[in-house]
Ligand binder design. Structure first.
Ligand SMILES: NC(=O)c1ccc[n+]([C@@H]2O[C@H](COP(=O)([O-])OP(=O)(O)OC[C@H]3O[C@@H](n4cnc5c(N)ncnc54)[C@H](OP(=O)(O)O)[C@@H]3O)[C@@H](O)[C@H]2O)c1
Length: 246
């Protein structure tokens, strides 16, 4: 009997993270999902358990290093393996360089870059052990198209997402020979709570945005790649004339 696969997904309570969790649950994976809000996590976990598989819920704030350490320990204690680490939890703040408060820049960096780094580092022994001598384990980082192409008023956010993508690239140089590789997925606007402010008739109708399921399809496809196949980056744009815009 083959062992069940396991993933740790941050920001798994809603939006893109919940869509990825659902896609993985449909394929029989065990999951740890994390976010700050316990109620939303429990609600999503109940839905995922009805699809099948074990789901562990671990609340953690990505600005809290001790909470990240505890999240890694909880996932390892529950499943003892990690076939996919999905670093998805993130925050967005708009604002031009001219008057962007530096404390906001610091928080963005903590959540969008420092936390993914700590998670990649903390989970590395488990990822390597899961890959073993012939298998594969994947890190899937939800970056953004704003980390690839410039977008007005998203200087700080875009910089954090470019940093995340860069981390994946270098991680591959260091770890892919151990069977562990990383992919940054860089979508334009996805129909979630985070993009709420830009929806509407005068802006971008929600139904014309990328769906969480679209992002989840790419994330799951990455897990089907073998040990010797590395996808450093996947840019996912909206249709129409905005191809290289969020
Ligand atoms: N939506 C878009 O248009 C879009 C496009 C490109 C990339 N992205 C990226 O995709 C990722 C997911 O975004 P989304 O659209 O799914 O957003 P969302 O619907 O707002 O969900 C964000 C998730 O992250 C969690 N989270 C937020 N801040 C956190 C923190 N400090 N510590 C721990 N968990 C935290 C949230 O739960 P709690 O609030 O309970 O903590 C929630 O589970 C983000 O990295 C975002 O930058 C989004």
């Amino acid at each position: 009997m083959t062992e069940r696969k396991a993933a740790l997904i941050t920001g798994g309570s809603r939006g893109i993270g919940a869509a990825i969790a659902e896609r993985f649950a449909q394929s029989g994976w065990d999951l740890t999902i994390s976010a700050r809000g316990l109620d939303a996590l429990e609600e999503t976990a109940a839905r995922l358990r009805s699809i099948g598989g074990r789901v562990e819920v671990v609340p953690a704030d990505m600005t809290d290093e001790d909470a990240i350490t505890a999240l890694v320990a909880a996932h390892n204690a529950a499943f003892g393996r990690c076939d996919a680490l999905v670093v998805n939890a993130g925050m967005g703040v708009m604002g031009a360089v001219a008057d962007f408060p530096v404390r906001r820049f610091d928080k963005l960096y903590q959540v969008n870059v420092r936390a993914p780094f700590l998670l990649m580092q903390g989970m590395l022994p488990t990822l390597r052990a899961t890959a073993g001598d012939s298998g594969a384990a994947k890190v899937i980082a939800i970056s953004s198209i704003t980390g690839v192409y410039p977008e007005p008023n998203l200087t700080a956010y875009g910089a954090t997402k470019a940093a995340l993508a860069s981390m994946c690239e270098t991680f591959n140089l260091e770890e892919s020979t151990n069977g562990v590789s990383a992919t940054s997925i860089c979508p334009g606007y996805v129909d979630t709570d985070m993009s709420e402010w830009t929806k509407g008739e005068d802006a971008i109708p929600a139904e014309q945005m990328i769906s969480g399921a679209d992002v989840a399809a790419i994330a799951y496809a990455v897990t089907e790649l073998g040990r010797y196949a590395v996808l450093p980056q996947a840019v996912l744009t909206r249709s129409g004339t905005n191809l290289h815009r969020a």
